[in-house]
Structure formats: structure tokens, C-alpha cells
Design a protein around this ligand. Structure first.
Ligand code: DGL
Length: 256
């Protein structure tokens, strides 16, 4: 057992969608969330730049004694997870990947939409997942332009955000997709807007939050690291931006 915290890292607010899943399923675990904030969005930064930002963030989380680290960012996972595992071999990592496998298994039209950042959609990891599970399925890829910015500015319900979502989603649905994968941890915060845009079309929206939470649980068991449950959990929020951003992270985590 270990009462050390679990670290959760993202470029900004997005990883809080994963933080919420972990907190819901494992309320006794202490969590340290690091939302970079200063360098967000990561979506079109170079791999090298993302690797160095991710290394800095993870060093900070390890400095806080984290027993396991969730890279709650598809983009940072794609660019940096191998580098992080090699640099910090003593810490177990959980990375995020678009939920392509379940989508390809479940589609009935044979067409799946994947919305993610530019970096995630062109990364070697995504391309190898596609090659592995995408056989016989047509995968329509689309960059969620403006989505991250909308979430970062608390503009999830703004008319301009709905227009941005429509501009990305309509062409994907027009191709016949019956499953749309949210391949960026910011996008679940747009779920209501996305549902409005989908309307009554039979389209399922899926993300990786629950699968990641299950993976966290299995690693906690594998390393015998679950919290003892005897101490009250502690929730900490860190950022490379400013105090106001840190406070916004805290409020968004708890939905206040
Ligand atoms: N939340 C991140 C992801 O899952 C990245 C967003 C960004 O910074 O572009 O890909």
C-alpha cells in the first residue's frame, strides 16, 4: 500500500476529464494535477519541444513523491511517453491513446471518426494503432480546430464553439461515421455541444477516460500501491502558468 499521490499531467485543463474519472472511481487516492497552462496548446508544437515540456512536468510530479503518473494528454503521450519511460524507469506511467480499437470493433457502418490534435493524428503511435486495429474499417481523421482553445477559455457553450464543433463534425458524419472518438482529453468538456451538433443522428461519442482509469487500477494492484484509506486524500494543483490559472484548474476539477 502507498498513500503517495497519483500524478496527472496535461498541457492544460484537458487532463481534468481523466482526473475526474480517477477521482470518481478511486476517491481515497491523493492526486497531484499538473496542467502546464503556459505552453498550451501542445497540438502543433514539435515532438522535441513536447518531450522537453513533458520531462519538466514529470520531474515536478516525481519531486512531489508521485507513485504513478498518468500522462493525461494524447499529444504528450504520442510525442513523449517512450522518452519519459526511459528517463524515469522507476515510475509506472499510463499514457493516453485515442480509443480506436473499441471504435473499430463496435462500428456497424464500417466508418469511424477520430478527432484529435494534429500532432496526435500524425504520430507514429496512432498510425501503428490504426494499422493494427483499423483493417476493414474506414477511419476519417479530423483535427479539432479551436476545441482546445474553447475549453481553455471556459467557452464550451459559446455559439462560436458550437460553430467550430459543427465545422469539424459535420463532414465526419457525412462520411457515414457511426462512432466518433474524442482523441484529446480536452474534448470531453465539449460533450454537450458535440451532442447538440450530432442531434438525433445515431452516432456514438467515445473517449478514453474510463479505460485509463481501469489501467490505473490495474497498475496500483500490480505494484501493491493502493491508498491505505486511513488518511484523508489530498488534492493538489500545479501549473507553469500563474496563480489564477491554478485556481481555475482546481475549480474545473470539482466542477465549480
Ligand atoms: N489535451 C491534449 C490531448 O489530449 C492536448 C491539447 C493541446 O494542448 O493541444 O491531446
Amino acid at each position: 500500500m502507498s498513500d503517495a499521490p497519483i500524478g496527472v499531467y496535461d498541457s492544460g485543463f484537458g487532463g481534468l476529464s481523466v482526473w475526474r474519472e480517477i477521482h470518481r472511481a478511486l476517491p481515497e487516492e491523493s492526486l497531484v494535477y499538473l496542467g502546464d497552462g503556459l505552453n498550451c496548446p501542445y497540438g502543433s508544437l514539435s515532438e522535441e519541444r513536447i518531450r522537453s515540456l513533458a520531462e519538466r512536468a514529470v520531474r515536478e510530479l516525481i519531486g512531489r513523491g508521485c507513485k504513478l503518473i498518468v500522462v493525461a494528454c494524447n499529444t504528450a503521450t504520442s510525442a513523449a511517453i517512450g522518452h519519459l519511460r526511459a528517463t524515469f524507469p522507476d515510475v509506472p506511467f499510463v499514457g493516453l491513446e485515442p480509443a480506436v480499437k473499441p471504435a473499430c470493433e463496435r462500428t456497424r457502418t464500417g466508418v469511424v471518426g477520430v478527432i484529435a490534435t494534429e500532432r496526435s493524428l500524425t504520430g507514429a503511435k496512432f498510425l501503428s494503432t490504426l494499422a493494427r486495429y483499423g483493417g476493414g474499417v474506414r477511419v476519417v481523421k479530423a483535427v479539432g480546430r479551436g476545441f482546445v482553445e474553447a475549453v481553455e477559455s471556459d467557452a464550451e457553450d459559446a455559439p462560436a464553439t458550437e460553430a467550430a464543433v459543427r465545422a469539424v463534425l459535420d463532414p465526419v458524419m457525412a462520411e457515414g461515421a457511426d462512432i466518433v472518438v474524442l482523441g484529446c482529453t480536452h474534448y470531453p468538456f465539449l460533450r454537450d455541444t458535440i451532442r447538440r451538433v450530432v442531434g438525433d443522428r445515431p452516432v456514438e461519442i467515445i473517449d478514453s477516460g474510463e479505460a485509463v482509469e481501469k489501467r490505473v487500477e490495474s497498475l496500483l494492484d500490480q505494484y501493491d500501491m493502493r491508498a491505505s484509506g486511513t488518511a484523508a486524500p489530498v488534492f493538489e494543483f500545479l501549473t507553469f502558468a500563474d496563480e489564477a490559472y491554478r485556481e481555475r484548474l482546481r475549480r474545473k476539477a470539482f466542477g465549480i
